[in-house]
Design a binder for this molecule. Structure first.
Ligand code: CA
Ligand code: CA
Length: 143
Protein backbone atom coordinates (compact mmCIF):
# COMPACT_ATOMS: atom_id res chain seq x y z
CA UNK A 1 0.00 0.00 0.00
CA UNK A 2 1.53 3.26 -1.11
CA UNK A 3 0.26 6.50 0.33
CA UNK A 4 1.92 8.46 -2.44
CA UNK A 5 -0.73 7.40 -4.90
CA UNK A 6 -3.86 7.04 -2.83
CA UNK A 7 -4.62 7.50 0.83
CA UNK A 8 -6.55 5.16 3.06
CA UNK A 9 -9.79 7.18 3.06
CA UNK A 10 -9.85 7.35 -0.74
CA UNK A 11 -9.05 3.68 -1.02
CA UNK A 12 -11.96 2.81 1.28
CA UNK A 13 -14.30 5.18 -0.58
CA UNK A 14 -13.51 3.43 -3.87
CA UNK A 15 -13.97 0.01 -2.33
CA UNK A 16 -17.34 1.10 -0.96
CA UNK A 17 -18.33 2.26 -4.44
CA UNK A 18 -17.35 -1.15 -5.85
CA UNK A 19 -19.41 -2.95 -3.21
CA UNK A 20 -22.42 -0.73 -3.94
CA UNK A 21 -22.05 -1.09 -7.70
CA UNK A 22 -21.96 -4.87 -7.32
CA UNK A 23 -25.31 -4.77 -5.56
CA UNK A 24 -26.78 -3.84 -8.94
CA UNK A 25 -25.05 -6.38 -11.13
CA UNK A 26 -23.52 -9.83 -11.12
CA UNK A 27 -20.56 -8.22 -12.91
CA UNK A 28 -17.41 -7.94 -10.82
CA UNK A 29 -15.47 -4.69 -10.82
CA UNK A 30 -11.86 -4.29 -9.79
CA UNK A 31 -9.54 -1.28 -9.71
CA UNK A 32 -5.79 -1.52 -10.17
CA UNK A 33 -3.45 1.46 -9.91
CA UNK A 34 0.16 1.43 -11.06
CA UNK A 35 2.55 4.19 -10.12
CA UNK A 36 3.58 4.33 -13.77
CA UNK A 37 3.05 2.46 -16.99
CA UNK A 38 5.92 2.29 -19.48
CA UNK A 39 3.94 1.00 -22.45
CA UNK A 40 0.39 0.55 -23.68
CA UNK A 41 -2.09 0.72 -20.79
CA UNK A 42 -4.41 -1.81 -22.42
CA UNK A 43 -1.60 -4.36 -22.68
CA UNK A 44 -0.75 -3.77 -19.06
CA UNK A 45 -4.44 -4.08 -18.12
CA UNK A 46 -4.59 -7.48 -19.84
CA UNK A 47 -1.55 -8.57 -17.84
CA UNK A 48 -3.10 -7.37 -14.56
CA UNK A 49 -6.44 -8.99 -15.45
CA UNK A 50 -4.68 -12.35 -15.77
CA UNK A 51 -2.56 -11.87 -12.70
CA UNK A 52 -5.64 -11.13 -10.59
CA UNK A 53 -7.38 -14.17 -12.14
CA UNK A 54 -10.28 -11.96 -13.10
CA UNK A 55 -11.54 -14.49 -15.64
CA UNK A 56 -12.66 -16.66 -12.70
CA UNK A 57 -16.29 -15.57 -12.78
CA UNK A 58 -19.24 -17.75 -13.73
CA UNK A 59 -20.51 -15.38 -16.42
CA UNK A 60 -17.09 -14.08 -17.46
CA UNK A 61 -18.23 -10.60 -16.53
CA UNK A 62 -15.31 -9.14 -14.63
CA UNK A 63 -14.28 -5.55 -15.41
CA UNK A 64 -10.91 -4.06 -14.64
CA UNK A 65 -10.48 -0.30 -14.33
CA UNK A 66 -6.75 0.17 -14.79
CA UNK A 67 -4.91 3.43 -14.09
CA UNK A 68 -1.31 4.53 -13.92
CA UNK A 69 -0.92 7.49 -11.65
CA UNK A 70 2.10 9.51 -12.75
CA UNK A 71 1.65 9.23 -16.51
CA UNK A 72 -2.14 9.35 -16.38
CA UNK A 73 -2.84 6.40 -18.59
CA UNK A 74 -5.87 4.20 -18.22
CA UNK A 75 -7.81 1.34 -19.69
CA UNK A 76 -11.09 -0.37 -18.94
CA UNK A 77 -11.11 -4.04 -19.73
CA UNK A 78 -14.16 -6.29 -19.62
CA UNK A 79 -14.10 -10.08 -19.84
CA UNK A 80 -15.45 -12.04 -22.79
CA UNK A 81 -18.92 -12.53 -21.30
CA UNK A 82 -19.41 -8.78 -21.56
CA UNK A 83 -17.81 -8.49 -25.00
CA UNK A 84 -20.27 -11.07 -26.33
CA UNK A 85 -23.24 -8.95 -25.27
CA UNK A 86 -22.05 -5.44 -26.03
CA UNK A 87 -19.96 -3.74 -28.70
CA UNK A 88 -16.26 -3.11 -28.52
CA UNK A 89 -16.95 0.55 -27.72
CA UNK A 90 -19.07 -0.17 -24.67
CA UNK A 91 -16.52 1.31 -22.27
CA UNK A 92 -15.49 4.31 -24.36
CA UNK A 93 -17.83 6.81 -22.70
CA UNK A 94 -16.84 5.75 -19.19
CA UNK A 95 -13.18 5.82 -20.18
CA UNK A 96 -13.36 9.26 -21.76
CA UNK A 97 -15.10 10.69 -18.71
CA UNK A 98 -12.41 9.21 -16.50
CA UNK A 99 -9.70 10.76 -18.69
CA UNK A 100 -11.39 14.16 -18.26
CA UNK A 101 -11.67 13.72 -14.48
CA UNK A 102 -8.06 12.63 -14.35
CA UNK A 103 -6.96 15.77 -16.23
CA UNK A 104 -8.76 17.91 -13.65
CA UNK A 105 -7.03 15.98 -10.87
CA UNK A 106 -10.33 14.44 -9.85
CA UNK A 107 -8.55 11.16 -9.36
CA UNK A 108 -10.52 9.42 -6.61
CA UNK A 109 -13.88 10.92 -7.55
CA UNK A 110 -13.25 10.00 -11.18
CA UNK A 111 -12.63 6.38 -10.24
CA UNK A 112 -15.73 6.33 -8.03
CA UNK A 113 -17.83 7.73 -10.87
CA UNK A 114 -16.44 5.17 -13.31
CA UNK A 115 -17.16 2.35 -10.86
CA UNK A 116 -20.75 3.56 -10.35
CA UNK A 117 -21.31 3.96 -14.04
CA UNK A 118 -19.88 0.52 -14.78
CA UNK A 119 -22.28 -0.98 -12.26
CA UNK A 120 -25.35 0.73 -13.61
CA UNK A 121 -24.45 -0.07 -17.20
CA UNK A 122 -23.67 -3.72 -16.46
CA UNK A 123 -26.95 -4.06 -14.62
CA UNK A 124 -28.77 -3.98 -17.94
CA UNK A 125 -26.95 -7.06 -19.22
CA UNK A 126 -26.02 -8.77 -15.97
CA UNK A 127 -28.61 -8.03 -13.30
CA UNK A 128 -27.75 -9.00 -9.77
CA UNK A 129 -29.39 -12.19 -8.61
CA UNK A 130 -30.55 -13.10 -5.11
CA UNK A 131 -27.82 -15.68 -4.62
CA UNK A 132 -25.05 -13.38 -5.82
CA UNK A 133 -21.63 -13.97 -4.36
CA UNK A 134 -18.63 -11.68 -4.34
CA UNK A 135 -16.61 -13.62 -6.90
CA UNK A 136 -13.72 -11.15 -7.10
CA UNK A 137 -12.33 -9.13 -4.23
CA UNK A 138 -13.32 -5.48 -4.01
CA UNK A 139 -9.85 -4.56 -2.79
CA UNK A 140 -7.88 -2.11 -4.89
CA UNK A 141 -4.52 -3.47 -5.99
CA UNK A 142 -1.46 -1.28 -6.37
CA UNK A 143 1.91 -1.74 -8.04
CA1 CA B 1 -20.97 -10.67 -7.40
CA1 CA C 1 -16.39 -7.96 -6.06
Amino acid sequence: MSNEVINEADRLAIQDAIREAEELTSGEIRVHIDKKCAGDPLKRAIQVFKKLKMYATKERNGVLIYLSFTDRKLAILGDEGIDKKVGAHFWDGTKNQLIEDFKRNQFTQGIINAVKESGSRLKEYFPCEADDIDELSNEITLD
